[in-house]
Design a protein around this ligand. Sequence first.
Ligand code: NAP
Length: 273
Amino acid sequence: MRAGPIGGVEVPVIGMGTWAIERDDRAGAVRALRAGLDAGARHIDTAEMYGSGRAEEVVAEAIDGRRDEVFLVSKVLPDNASRAGVHRACEASLRRLRTDRLDCYLLHWPGRHPLEETLGAFEELRAQGKVLSYGVSNFDADLLEDAVRIAGPGRIACDQVLYHLGERYPERRLLAACRRLGLALVGYSPFASGPFTSSPVLDDIARAHGATARQVALAFLVRLPGTFAIPKSGNAGRVRENAAAAGLVLSAEDVARLDAAFPVRDAGELPTL
Ligand code: NAP
């Protein structure tokens, strides 16, 4: 599968989300995550917040015996992101995930604890080998600049942000900032978290490629260097469909048509969480 660097490690452009996966049939969800690994979607995104830790337990079951294949990401809640809180939260995530390390550890969104504390704790975890890299989530371009100033160059691996056809705000300023600062942009909720409404343009392009509309949407979202997508599905067939989108190459004309049908909005920066 096509890959790009996150924190110096080559990671497939399509990964797997796990928000609310604990509500899916457990065996089916585990099968789905394993099918994703088989299909090359080795980037698994989870968080202590998801199901209050229960999503991490589902992930633990899925990666049992396959830990070395996975680029494993979890997130600390902003309320837990004091220096001591980050260490406690990380230990708890590692315990639930039944592993000794995270490939990347993120601050879930900006909160009340000073970034100096959170990033300082991330750096300590990195020195201890408990996290191999770290990053942020839901940071706009200005906040990202602040974070990089505090952490130092080359320290922050990625910014994970909302990015789908109807919400292309990261393309306004954030992606350029990520490139300048040398970090990856991981797009979450590529299907806008819920029912996905196709469109005549998507259907048309999908038909021409023998693909699905969702695959076209994913291919569009990872077309730019330095971008990644982490669709969530608790179903093995749908996970395979999503992973296969990494092999779909859109033509310049496809991209131009999608660009016109789903324009980058003029106003607004980060949507409020
Ligand atoms: P999403 O990936 O945009 O959409 C998930 C929904 O689409 C689920 O209902 C899923 O249903 C369905 N789906 C997925 N693939 C499908 C397919 N091929 N055909 C039909 N339906 C399909 O939503 P998301 O969960 O919000 O975002 C993805 C991940 O990003 C999350 O799971 C989480 O890991 C991460 N995230 C991060 C943040 C943050 O603040 N950092 C916020 C939101 C999300 P089934 O499961 O039934 O297939």
